[in-house]
Design a protein around this ligand. Structure first.
Ligand SMILES: Nc1ncnc2c1ncn2[C@@H]1O[C@H](COP(=O)(O)OP(=O)(O)OP(=O)(O)O)[C@@H](O)[C@H]1O
Ligand SMILES: [Mg+2]
Length: 236
């Protein structure tokens, strides 16, 4: 498997002086194409901070992040939206759907950012809704969807830009067991069927059935790394 995201000696400090918080403290990590990497660790261990830096949402204090061979830490702020759009799909706990738009329109608006519009956008949005198993909800508004369905729309939207890397922060936290599993299955399919890299931050033990590798953070450092190919055999 080839490395798609290369992180070297990465640090993030919030604040300065006596009130400084060293949230990420020298992380070195590779993420490979086609793998589902799980970031775990206690609250405050730096998971969201690390994920945000991976996705160029947050600037690193020092260190290196190479995205598909491109060093991103030195890029001007003005370049970062393009990097995010071209390389990453983001999924967060709160879904972030537009309440006044239908499922289909929520996906179409993400395609619009990639300049895919009109009938092409409609067709692609329907394909993405099919991929997450929600074609029958295409014309529903978010308020009429369950949490799991909303999260699946959020996944469809994250895939709109056809990103090679999908970053998900606690994607199952608000979901019941069956919906959580469905979301994890879809994330797993992204790695197996489409060779995307998926990084999931979670406290959810269910995700372990789908993980290729688990990285445990403690105090902003990698405390443990577990390769779980044995578990994968059981699932697949
Ligand atoms: N914007 C910020 N300003 C200052 N400190 C911050 C900021 N964001 C996070 N921190 C601090 O950085 C550390 C790591 O936070 P982070 O959100 O990355 O942890 P986490 O592992 O995602 O935790 P959780 O499991 O609770 O989501 C914590 O001590 C947190 O208080
Ligand atoms: Mg967090």
């Amino acid at each position: 498997m080839s490395v798609i995201l290369q992180i070297r000696d990465l640090y993030k400090t919030y604040g300065e002086g006596a009130s400084a918080v060293h949230a990420v403290n020298g992380v070195t990590l590779d993420v490979k194409r086609g793998e589902l990497l799980v970031l775990m660790g206690p609250s405050g261990s730096g998971k969201t901070t690390l994920l945000s830096m991976m996705g160029c949402i947050l600037r690193a204090s020092t260190g290196s992040i190479c995205v598909e061979g491109m060093e991103t830490t030195g890029l001007a702020e003005s370049h970062l939206p393009k990097v995010r759009l071209e390389h990453f799909g983001f999924i967060f706990q709160g879904f972030n759907l537009f309440p006044a738009l239908t499922s289909l329109e929520n996906v179409e608006i993400a395609l619009d950012l990639k300049k895919i519009r009109g009938s092409r956008a409609r067709q692609r949005a329907l394909e993405l809704l099919t991929q997450v198993g929600l074609t029958d909800k295409a014309h529903e508004f978010p308020e009429n969807l369950s949490g799991g369905q909303k999260q699946r729309i959020a996944i469809a939207r994250a895939l709109a830009g056809d990103p090679h890397i999908v970053l998900a922060d606690e994607p199952t936290a608000a979901l019941d067991s069956a919906s959580g599993r469905k979301v994890l299955e879809i994330l797993h399919e992204l790695t197996r069927e489409q060779n995307r890299a998926v990084v999931v931050v979670t406290h959810d033990p269910r995700v372990l059935d789908y993980a290729d590798r688990i990285v445990k953070l403690e105090d902003g450092r990698v405390a443990e790394e577990i390769v779980c190919s044995a578990m994968k055999e059981v699932v697949s």
